[in-house]
Design a protein around this ligand. Structure first.
Ligand code: NAD
Length: 507
């Protein structure tokens, strides 16, 4: 048996339970079907085979989940931080113990390749450990001296929160949103993406088996316009942490207006990697290729715009095109595969449409630009890694988020033009700058409109550092203490420290 066949056999064994029992909601410590009894079908993008019937949650299910989260809130909020820390570490241990099941399920559900997903559980567990360690200090505040008063601040969890996640690396992203909320003392209603419901279901179950009290974490499946909308409108839900498209963020902000929700948005991007002529060009090429063609390009921080100094543009883009053409496309469970199928036929259609747009706009397709149909690939949503050259910033391929393994390369004359091009999009999530001139790096990053910038580096996530975007890429920051600021309310109590003068209004 080949490794792929062995992996497939294991994956099918893991998927058996979902085939037989479907994917239920999980409310107040129990698996439950949708109140309406309705389900929707989840398919694998590898070959369109049905994976499971998924509970089609709606407003009624969200209401039940919000009530469960509200009922569980006081006990979870008031629990000793050290105990909360221990429970969250137990959740991390349990995630690691299920690493293979999580990785194989994620590959089959999303099309992401095993070489990246085998670390998904470890990263998810890492998110839980990082925030678990901070749980005992989450309520701490400051003592601020004034002439006649001592101001003491403290934080308390805001209440039950709603977390809405997308289909790209859904397991890792769910842990990234849920772990800080729980560590802060909030209870959670999670609405996973409809295209990728399987690992979210594993996650809540694993957490409860590891000792999380019932009702603290509830999961409702369903679609954005149903369950998602109801969650953002629910009066018992105090804040919404959302990861997804910018357009959806706009809708959610409107939906939550009547209940004055607090929002945290991690949205789309069209991130530039800027390569100056004095850069280490080999390392810059490695990073540019990695940041757009790993994870099928379905990554918010992908370097989807390649801005290169014109003196090295031809040489650099020729190298990227040659290497992109050699990237292995294949079954996600084949250990050699880099690029698997895109998440869903509707997303594949969107990505393919940009190949036509590129041609209409007059760009050159230096490599890729088509669906991959060789052999078994023809059954799934496979797209070839693509590089557009001969492009300019006014083209749609240079300004719109494509969210696939598709890179648009544009030359620049000098630093001023590189900066203008970098900032000429409505997004501002991440930026990557390659130069050996440290003064230029400082000057450039200061003016670059992005929430996160890496200099001579690919995206290496450091959990204590702030994560988030500017412009249409997001509102707010995650990571370190920034996460707690979102999930908690700050209270100030001022104590008089002497008999200071109080104006008498009646004399
Ligand atoms: P999406 O916005 O279509 O869906 C995300 C989630 O929102 C899903 O669970 C969906 O059901 C829900 N939803 C949709 N409409 C809703 C509504 N009206 N009310 C409430 N919920 C609603 O996004 P997607 O296509 O699943 O994910 C891809 C997008 O996510 C890309 O734009 C990507 O850049 C972005 N993303 C951003 C980050 C970041 O950190 N900035 C990280 C990952 C993904």
């Amino acid at each position: 048996m080949s490794t792929l066949e062995q992996n497939l056999a294991k994956a099918n064994a893991y998927l058996e339970r979902f085939k037989n029992d479907g994917v239920s909601n999980y409310i107040d410590g129990r698996p439950v079907p949708a109140a309406s009894g309705k389900t929707f079908e989840s398919v694998s993008p590898i070959d369109m085979a049905p994976l499971a019937d998924v509970a089609h949650g709606d407003a009624e299910d969200i209401d039940r989940a919000a009530k469960a989260a509200k009922d569980a809130f006081a006990e979870w909020r008031d629990m000793d931080g050290k105990k909360r820390k221990q429970i969250l570490h137990n959740v991390a241990d349990a995630i690691e113990a299920h690493a293979e099941q999580i990785a194989f399920t994620e590959c089959m559900d999303t099309g992401q390749s095993l070489r990246f997903m085998e670390k998904a559980a470890l990263r998810g567990a890492g998110n839980f450990r990082f925030f678990a360690d901070r749980a005992p200090q989450a309520r701490d505040g400051q003592a601020l001296q004034a002439p006649n008063q001592l101001n003491v601040t403290s934080r308390s969890p805001i209440g039950p929160v709603g977390l809405i996640t997308p289909w790209n690396t859904p397991f890792m992203l769910s842990t990234w949103k849920i772990a800080p909320a729980l560590a802060a003392g909030c209870t959670v209603v999670h609405k996973p993406a409809e295209f990728s419901p399987l690992t979210a279901r594993l996650l809540v179950e694993i957490a409860e088996e590891a000792g999380l009290p019932k009702g603290v974490w509830n999961t409702v499946n369903g679609f954005g316009e149903g369950a998602g909308k109801a969650l953002t409108e629910h009066p018992d839900i105090k804040a919404i942490g959302f990861v997804g498209e910018s357009r959806t963020g706009q809708l959610i902000q409107k939906q939550g207006a009547d209940t004055l929700k607090r929002f945290h948005f991690e949205l789309g991007g069209k991130n530039a990697v800027v390569v100056f002529e004095d850069a280490d060009l080999d390392r810059a090429a490695d990073a540019a290729i990695f940041m757009i063609y790993s994870l099928n390009g379905e990554r918010c921080t992908s370097s989807s715009r390649l801005l290169v100094a014109e003196s090295v543009y031809e040489e650099f883009t020729a190298k990227v095109a040659e290497r992109a053409a050699n990237i292995k496309i294949g079954h996600p469970l084949d250990p050699d595969t880099v690029i698997g199928p895109l998440i869903h036929p509707s997303h594949e259609e969107k990505v393919l449409s940009y190949f036509d747009i590129a041609r209409e706009e007059g760009a050159t397709i230096a490599t890729g630009g088509e669906k991959a149909t060789d052999g078994e690939l023809g059954k799934g949503c496979y797209v070839r890694p693509t590089l557009f050259t001969n492009a300019n910033q006014s083209m749609r391929i240079a300004s719109e988020e494509i969210f696939g393994p598709v890179l648009t390369a544009i030359p620049f004359k000098d630093e001023a033009e590189a900066l203008a091009l970098s900032n000429a999009v409505e997004y501002g999530l991440a930026g990557y700058v390659w130069t050996s001139d440290v003064t230029r790096a400082l000057r450039f990053s200061d003016k670059m409109e992005a929430g996160m910038i890496w200099i001579n580096s690919q995206n290496v996530r450091h959990l204590p550092a702030p994560f988030g975007g500017v412009k249409y890429s997001g509102v707010g920051r995650d990571g370190g203490d920034w996460s707690f600021d979102f999930y908690m309310e700050t209270k100030n109590v001022a104590f008089a420290t002497d008999a200071h003068s109080i104006p008498k209004l009646d004399s």
